[in-house]
Ligand binder design. Structure first.
Ligand code: PAF
Length: 328
């Protein structure tokens, strides 16, 4: 199988590297410099909790330089998903399937529409990884990967990829309820991520604080009302306990939203809390706590953008539009 990983940051590099160990599997990493040049020159180094490894993989900056593939894995941030998938449109048009490994809601539908295909698979991951320097990825957490597809024709490929990932050591399972899987993970993100991002605290520090635990409970309960209105079946019976349990179990983690704010980047709040608020409005559900944390995270994002930490005026306008659309 020929696999192209588009958006090869830490998580994409990690999945791509281990999958390249399979017989008859070629993996090409597509990403940004200086990461890609470092991989081309010295190979991809993986260290941390999965041990020390060096992988010699093909790496390039543009998916347009790849002429054919069987699978395109997209591991970008949610707001870059459609652009990343479109960069590989020629591969999808000639038969490749797409696998999105990321946080957040709604990306499969957006990509299916933009590329006019239903060969779209989705995975959630509890693997943790950081790009510690160009060409070097540090694995920081090792958790479950769940794969599925809302388009039933893809289930054979879902099972095949599940077996492939198992063979190279990932803790992985397939699901025929990927919507439930994605929502269950999103409820955890709705609870933990904005609270950690706004306080600057690790998941464990958030968990230890009674008032912050109370806020997590409210955020998860608000999102659960949306899940109920949609009729989605979660993969846990007690989402509040599950979110709090995850905060405790991942105590040393600095959650991804806090990492993004610290790096001066845009966060994924629109595909997490923002999407919950948007859907809640459609059903006439009140989400006061979610709206409050959403506005606060957006304010910090805007401050980062305005201070010129790597983003442009276009991003600022887009962020302002989203805040207006969602909190109107
Ligand atoms: O986004 C994250 O950081 C993770 O999904 C989680 C589970 C909240 C752990 O930090």
């Amino acid at each position: 199988m020929k696999i192209v990983v588009v958006g090869s940051g830490a998580i994409g590099s990690l999945y791509g590297a281990f999958l390249s160990r399979l017989e008859d599997t070629e993996v090409i990493l597509v990403g940004r410099n200086p990461h890609i040049t470092a991989i081309q020159n010295k190979g991809l180094k993986i260290n941390g909790i999965l041990g020390e490894h060096v992988f010699h993989l093909k790496a390039m900056e543009n998916a347009s330089d790849v002429d054919e593939a069987d699978l395109v894995i997209v591991t970008t941030k949610t707001y870059d998903t459609v652009t990343a998938a479109l960069s590989a449109k020629h591969l999808i048009d000639t038969g490749a399937s797409l696998l999105l490994i990321q946080n957040g809601l709604g990306t499969e539908e957006l990509v299916a529409k933009a590329l006019d295909t239903t060969r779209v698979l989705r995975a959630t991951t509890c693997m943790g990884a950081l790009r510690t320097s160009p060409g070097v990825v540090t694995a920081t957490g090792c958790g479950l990967t769940e794969i599925g597809s809302r388009y039933p024709d893809n289930m054979e490929l879902v099972e095949k990829l599940t077996q492939m990932m198992k063979q190279v050591g990932f803790d992985v399972r397939s699901s025929d309820n990927i919507e439930g899987v994605v929502w269950t993970k999103t409820l955890v993100n709705c609870g933990i991520n904005p609270v950690g991002a706004l306080t600057g605290l690790s998941n464990g520090e958030v968990y230890k604080n009674r008032a912050l635990r109370g806020l997590i409970v409210r955020l998860v309960q608000e999102a659960v009302q949306v899940v109920k209105a949609l009729g989605v079946e979660l993969t846990t019976e007690d989402p509040v306990r599950y979110a709090l349990g995850t905060a405790k179990a991942t105590g040393n983690n600095i959650n991804s939203m806090l990492q993004d704010l610290r790096a001066g980047k845009r966060t994924e709040i629109d595909a997490i809390t923002g999407e919950v608020i948007r859907l809640a409005k459609e059903f006439g559900i009140e989400t006061p706590s979610s709206e409050a944390v959403y506005a606060l995270v957006k304010a910090l994002e805007l401050k980062n953008l305005e201070e010129g930490k790597g983003l442009t005026r276009v991003d600022i306008l887009e962020v302002e539009d989203l805040v207006e659309a969602i909190t109107r």
